[in-house]
Design a protein around this ligand. Structure first.
Ligand code: FAD
Length: 489
């Protein structure tokens, strides 16, 4: 993107083009001038990788809002914010149906009715899906809809390096290649997604470095429950940092979880066996690895028909094949890894943060809907509901006309000339993997907290030049520091 072609001032800047940012953009009024920015390609996000689907109650005969609310509270160990859960569950169906108007294609039966599937923790079949590539379908169609809007400027391959509260609104610093640019706005919506890259192994793509959480923290916003992290039990076990997810729908269809001796073992830990909630299965795998002295675990779905497997799980079948595993013939090697952040930037029911005119939605926000543990397929729903609510609240605030920005150009911050010292990001990831992975290690948390604090100080004062790598390093260090500080309390 040529940054020189951008305007200096917008009404709203949306940082992030996952489902939360895109769906918010669709709910701004035509007179509202907005800029939506994403670091890499428009479709590179956690949203695009979502496999299972979106949970929502569309059948009030066999299902009910109360049941979905109760399932969400059970998964969240009742640490959820009840009013936020109610909004999520009762408004979610509207938003899911609304995405169909933007051409999102969900799987249907022979009568044209939406197909709904079951996932762990849900008491009813209520997950709508597009094969096992729901996120990709959703993002592609929403990107296409947003791109058509004349009031929205879509700026991809551009990193927001800083957001500052200034001049009655915000000053946002952009970086594309080596080109820097400042833009101003009355409102900012942070929709920057997850924090997976704070860990050595994660299902999240490279963009998930927690930048929005850092910006909010630097502006003094309240950050809550950052240590509420979900570890998915069954990611494809490979050497790469980004682990390919083997959705729990595979266990839902009957796959067995096996240890190094190719034996089922879940009965040692939980009566729900393979269909126990994610955190329980992840913990069971770690306990079993300590018992057997091996990190080798497998999913076995070989007894199902090949045709069924390729039709039901085309993305997973293909992804495994690319890694040399034919799921109809071979065992799938799996191990837990970081997957999702429940906490984040504290927001109210309208996605407002504790900083005036600053909003947050999607995975970077702590709306309180997930409590201690997210119910499967509730996060795309959260991104839709609270992305929309953020946009509608911004429109209400705009009509009040009480905010006016008076931008002045400022020298872009220049931190220095030194290239980012190598090894700092790797060290943080090693610390997090050791201290705060599935079963926390209190001694390592204490040590890790001290060390991440030192690394963060060095990053801030080391005279490093502003590059994408430097900005991501400072985000990773800030997020790790905040997680370990909370875990250390
Ligand atoms: C493998 C996988 C499978 C999943 N499956 C499901 C599922 O089946 N159902 C479900 O409900 N949830 C699922 N989830 C979770 C869900 O996909 C995410 O929680 C949700 O999509 C997050 O959406 P988001 O809009 O908040 O963030 P994201 O989709 O992650 O988007 C973040 C955006 O922010 C941009 N960004 C970040 N930092 C910057 C910066 N500094 N400058 C500019 N741009 C920036 C990124 O480029 C990206 O565009 C899954 C997640 C993963 C990883």
């Amino acid at each position: 993107m040529d940054l020189a072609s951008l305007k200096t001032e917008y009404d709203v800047i949306i940082v992030g083009a996952g489902v939360a940012g895109l769906y918010a953009a669709l709910h701004l009024e035509p007179a509202t001038k907005a800029l939506i920015v994403c670091k890499k390609e428009k479709t590179k996000s956690n949203s695009s990788l979502a496999q299972g689907g979106i949970a929502c109650v569309l059948d009030l005969v066999h299902d009910s809002y109360d049941l979905h609310i109760e399932d969400t509270l059970i998964a969240g160990r009742r640490e959820n914010k009840l009013d936020a859960v109610k909004e999520l569950v009762t408004e979610g169906p509207f938003d899911v149906l609304n995405t169909i108007k933007h051409n999102v294609d969900y799987d249907r039966d022979e009568n044209g009715e939406l197909l709904k599937t079951l996932e762990g923790g849900h008491s009813r079949k209520r997950i709508v899906h597009h094969k096992d590539t729901t996120g990709n379908e959703l993002v592609t169609k929403l990107v296409s809809a947003v791109t058509k809007l004349p009031n929205i400027t879509f700026c991809d391959m551009t990193m927001v390096t800083a957001v500052k509260k200034k001049f009655g609104g915000f000053m946002t610093e952009l970086l594309s290649g080596t080109e820097q640019r400042q833009v101003f706005s009355t409102f900012v919506l942070l929709a920057t997604g997850g924090i997976g890259r704070v860990y050595k192994y994660t299902t999240n793509p490279s963009v998930a470095t927690g930048d929005g959480i850092r910006f909010a923290y630097e502006m003094g916003a309240s950050i809550k429950n950052l240590s509420y992290i979900q570890f998915h039990p069954t990611a494809f076990n490979s050497d790469g940092r980004e682990q390919f997810l083997i959705s729990e729908a595979v266990r839902g269809e009957g796959a067995y979880l096996l240890n190094v001796n190719k034996e089922r073992f879940m009965d040692r830990y939980d009566s729900r066996l393979e269909l126990a909630p994610r955190d329980v299965v992840s913990k069971s795998i770690i306990m079993e690895s300590r018992r057997t002295g091996s990190n080798s675990f497998y999913l076995d779905i070989r007894y199902k028909d090949k045709e069924f497997l390729t039709k039901r799980f085309p993305g997973i079948s293909e992804g495994c094949l690319q890694n040399g595993v034919d799921i109809s013939k071979d065992l799938i090697p799996v191990f837990p890894c970081q997957h999702y952040l429940m906490g984040g930037i504290e927001t109210d029911l309208n996605a407002r943060t504790t900083v005036s005119q600053l909003y947050a939605a999607g995975e970077c926000a702590n709306t309180g809907v997930h409590g201690r543990n997210r119910l499967a397929s509730n996060s795309l729903l959260e991104a839709l509901v609270f992305g929309r609510r953020a946009a509608l609240d911004i429109e209400r605030q705009r009509k009040l006309r009480i905010y006016k920005v008076h931008p002045e150009s400022m020298p872009s911050e220049s931190y220095g000339k030194a290239p980012l010292a190598s090894g700092m990001r790797t060290e943080i990831r090693e610390i997090m993997q050791k201290a705060y992975f599935v079963i926390p290690d209190q001694g390592a948390i204490h040590e890790g907290f001290k060390r991440t604090n030192e690394i963060l100080k060095r990053l801030r004062t080391g005279g490093f030049s502003i590059t994408a790598e430097y900005c991501e390093a400072i985000s990773i260090a800030t997020v790790a520091f905040l997680i370990l500080r909370e875990a250390n309390e």
